[in-house]
Design a binder for this molecule. Sequence first.
Ligand code: ZN
Length: 408
Amino acid sequence: MSQSEKSTIGTVSPARVTAGSVAMIERLVGFDTTSRNSNLELIHDVETYLSKLGVSSQLSFDDSGKKANLYATVGPAGRGGIALSGHSDVVPVDGQNWSSDPWTVRHDNSRLYGRGTCDMKGFIAVALSHVPRFLEADLQIPIHLCLSFDEEVDCGGAKRLMTFLQSQDVVPLACVIGEPTEMQVVTAHKGGIGYRCDVRGLECHSSLAPQGVNAVQAAARMIAQLDEMARRRAVDGPFDYDYDVPHTTIQAGVIQGGTALNIVPKDCSFEFEFRNLPDDDISGLFAEVTDFARTRIEPDMKAIEEACGFSWQELCHYPAFSLAEDSDLVTLVKSCAQANATTKVAFSTEAGCFQSQGIATIICGPGSIAQAHKPDEFITLEQLGACEAFMGRLIERLSNPGIRDLNF
Ligand SMILES: [Zn+2]
């Protein structure tokens, strides 16, 4: 470790952040790993960094060969151990008004600005910058580093990583996903399911509007109904007040349609999602949407042209996840985070993928989800420092022979 890596930058006590973590976050943010791009430059850079420390990486690629997961193990082989997992991809900056280049970390007082600083290259940077300390420590069980792709799309990377893990002799028994929770310990989250709707209308000159079928306006009627459903759930529930947003949410996030003001638009498509409480019936919700389209909107469209109407496609499906409060992982992570409580969150992660493989999974990472996906995304040095303190305690606990008696 160089002298500069030992020095501290943070000014907010008690958590301080080392220059090594800050340099690593600058390095990672410098790669534009928007989900539509290849992430291989970042992955190969991390592979090189680890290999210089004597740690070998295994990559698992997507079908195109342009994206890869990275999996690397530090510490004694032959035992399950704990995975530290993060997604390498970030959401687009398109159309967002940034005050500075999103791909160059900007320091401002106690914050670091840049795409992915919070979601979630901050956690990855702290984990990677601690590899020298993982190596120096007398770890009794291994730490596995997992970097995935396409979390922001459909968790395709994590699903591929699960297939990869099935080919391994030994797999992690537990996983900490460092999504931004402000270092709170999260043991459950909602499920999510996304759909695309294509609306087919009938084109004509706008002066003859009643002779056409306006796809944009048909889509708007459907979206207004989605909004109505969302409002109803916010008022009537069901509710679970352990979540920051205590009910199922429904929203449309993308819409495209029409070509010119004087043409009745033939096509419109939009994407929408449900983020559901585990007990809320998603299939019932979707049926409510398609029933409304079929009985309330399509009859008007089909009266003019039979081929007009709605078609639906499922885009992504994140299962809800929950971890038993009495599991060894909850106790360990609470002690490392110095938290005396656990919480649940509304946003989805790759946790359901790990859990589907029988890997006990928990979410705990630096930064606030409130800063994620927005222009001028940032993370505070205080949060990075808290994550470093977490890693320090994790190393301590995993170096204690007693850890071998637990379910890791
Ligand atoms: Zn994320």
